[in-house]
Design a protein around this ligand. Sequence first.
Ligand code: KG4
Ligand code: ZN
Length: 336
Amino acid sequence: MFVLAIETSCDDTGAAVLLNGRRILSNVVSSQVSVHQKYGGVVPELASRKHIEMIVPIVTEALEEAGIRLKEIHGIAVTQGPGLVGSLLVGLSFAKSLALAARLPFVGVNHIEAHLSAIFLEEEPPRFPFIGLVVSGGHTSLFRMDGFGKLKRLGQTRDDAAGEAFDKVAKLLGLGYPGGPIIDQLSMTSSTKPIRFPRACLGKGSFDFSFSGVKTAVVNFVKAHPWSPEGLSEEMVRNIVAGFQEAVVDVLVKKTIQAAQHEGLKRVVVSGGVAANRLLRWRMAEEASQKKMRVYIPSPIFCTDNAAMVGVVGYEYLKRGMRAPLSLNAFSNLPL
Ligand code: KG4
Ligand code: ZN
């Protein structure tokens, strides 16, 4: 079964063609980083406007690259939420129009389920059930996943998403956007003395997260050490970002492992943009192997927003005979 998948939940316009939900024939992503860079974060209205420009060329490119004509496609999968509603509506309206014009079935896909399902694009995916950590610019949540469509949320962030905290700290220090990869890189070149910042545990047994405290601690630290005429020394900036990264990664790793122990599971999947972080990948693997668990993390191109991961879930739903009505709406807080 050939599935055309479309993803426009945030600031990347993505389209992919998959064979039987696993084999990628094309996976095209147009990044909007250059549009949002100067604002230090995604500007929702600009994101929707860019999607409306890019959606037709990106879908056309995905079909061409796959060497598949529209009439050979069996169904369409599109992200329905959560995300920025203006962005979601562009992809959803386009998918509906295409489904109507080409008389194709289509299904809406939850973006979070798609992130966790990106691991099925890899050679050796895990068996169900597993613990899933979705950690990106918009989300930080822990799940137990028992199958497609069978997810139980165990915890989530009460304020900032982890990636959002990376982006805000980088902006504060004038390092650029998006902050995650920059902080990841700077911390690698560091740093004999990372600054110790607080970790929010939120009570015993809680699988919720909070990252606004560590972000505020960085703000206060910078205020307490006023900019010298030359600015903060490079060494000091490295110590700050390395300390911040350690604080965030510590909590992510600890809670994920605890959730796996709590649910009696030995398999852990980590996905979303922040899963590209090298310290997180390394620490998660290390902790898990000590506890005789196995960690599965998709390659970085499948961790960040892309349409192939939407196609994985869409295929499973279409195969089961699920069909969305042409009245399907987009929701910024679509529940699982
Ligand atoms: O999944 P994604 O592409 O989009 C959302 O759905 O949010 O994630 C983007 C986020 C940004 O906040 C970015 O700073 C963060 O992922 N990110 C990283 C790294 N690469 C991307 N954070 C930490 N370390 C990285 N290497
Ligand atoms: Zn995402």
